[in-house]
Design a protein around this ligand. Structure first.
Ligand code: F6P
Length: 362
């Protein structure tokens, strides 16, 4: 009987735990099923340009703790809207037929797509066009529909928490207001979890537009009570009531061109002007995505990788492995594509934080 062939790719921004999933998929497929496994380089870029390599047991041995992805990734290559730059002009081409052709020529029986909402939305279209795909949810933002948690998030929160702990020292010693800006795009999960873990006095998230007066009031209240410093954790996507997000740059050749960033500096200037208190801003940036995954993320990534292969064996294509109440279940990619899982106002953690006096700027 012909050996089954499966491939794996990582798409979108990197995060801790990607290699742990690649390792789990490859080991499980080889050890339990005798499959041949291939790695596609640089996400959908490799699918378009025919770049795949065989993965044997030794290729994935020793990568559990390694940050990034051994396969490389890209957040620009959408086969349905592939960007071709001509001088300053940006044009798009549909290269999906080449992808489907390549996939067939390689004789693959299935593809594991590890990625965030962008990657999984493309995965859904490719599945509809005939490619047997299983998705694995990945992002530090924790904002994918159909799953309670994504790997990479716990590591990011850990890094943010350590950062806040370190900022505390300077805030306290210099009697300053310190602002920590964290990633998360349209969702405030990293700010909420990191902010609570780091004991932030004020947490600003996209889901709760803030009023600057409320922030200033809280900082002054603390000063009056003898607390001569305050720590603010702000999500990059936070915005004032009736206002807009701060855009750092537009990446013209990216499928999702808007990059957020810089809210902490805008906020810092306003707070300093309105309170007369010295204020400093720190942007955590890509530090949140790199390095070794936490134990939690290593375990989650391993469970997801193993489960993705199980789903392939059962023929559950067109689905993503979702984590719901700690159980791994197949979630139709259709329910995941194009959406964002944001924090709701009834979120228990928000209520918990409010109970210990955390201000959300509302
Ligand atoms: O989605 C992950 C993420 O890190 C977001 O939190 C952030 O807004 C974005 O990617 C940054 O993208 P890039 O690495 O392209 O600047």
């Amino acid at each position: 009987m012909r050996k089954k062939k499966i491939a794996v790719l990582t798409g979108g921004g990197d995060c801790a735990g990607l290699n742990a999933v690649i390792r789990a998929v490859t080991k499980k497929a080889i050890i339990e099923h005798g499959f041949e496994v291939f790695g596609i380089e640089d996400g959908y870029e490799g699918l378009i340009h025919n770049r795949l390599r065989k993965l044997v047991y030794d290729d994935v041995s020793g990568i559990l703790t390694l940050g990034g992805t051994i396969l490389g990734t890209s957040n620009k290559a959408d086969p349905y809207k592939y960007i071709v730059s001509q001088g300053r002009q940006v044009k798009f081409e549909d290269r999906s037929q080449e992808v489907i052709r390549n996939f067939k020529q390689w004789g693959l029986d299935g593809l594991v797509c590890i990625g965030g909402d962008g990657t999984l939305t493309i995965a859904h279209r490719l599945y509809q066009d005939g490619i047997p795909i299983v998705g694995v949810p990945k992002t530090i933002d924790n904002d994918i529909l159909g799953t309670d948690i994504t790997f990479g998030f716990d590591t990011a929160v850990e890094i943010v928490t350590e950062g806040i702990d370190r900022l505390h020292s300077t805030a306290q010693s210099h009697h300053r207001i310190m602002i920590m800006e964290v990633m998360g795009r349209k969702a405030g999960w990293i700010a909420l979890h990191g902010g609570i873990a780091g004991g932030g006095d004020i947490i600003l998230i996209p889901e709760i537009p803030y009023r600057i007066e409320r922030i200033v009031e809280r900082v002054k209240q603390r000063s009056q009570k003898g607390k001569r410093f305050s720590l603010i954790v702000v999500a990059e996507g936070a915005k004032p009531e009736g206002g807009e997000v701060v855009v750092k740059k537009i990446v013209r050749d990216s499928a999702e061109p808007v990059r957020l960033g810089g809210i902490s500096f805008v906020l810092g200037d306003e707070i300093e002007r309105m309170t007369g208190l010295e204020t400093r801003a720190v942007v955590m940036g890509h530090l949140q995505r790199g390095g070794t995954p936490t134990a939690f993320d290593r375990i989650l990534a391993t469970r997801l990788g193993v489960s993705a292969v199980d789903m392939m064996v059962r023929g559950e294509f067109g689905h993503m492995v979702g984590v719901v109440c700690d159980k791994l279940i197949p979630v139709p990619l259709q329910e995941v594509a194009g959406g964002v899982r944001r924090i709701t106002t009834e979120n228990l953690l928000i209520r918990t934080a409010r109970s210990v006096g955390t201000c959300f700027g509302d």
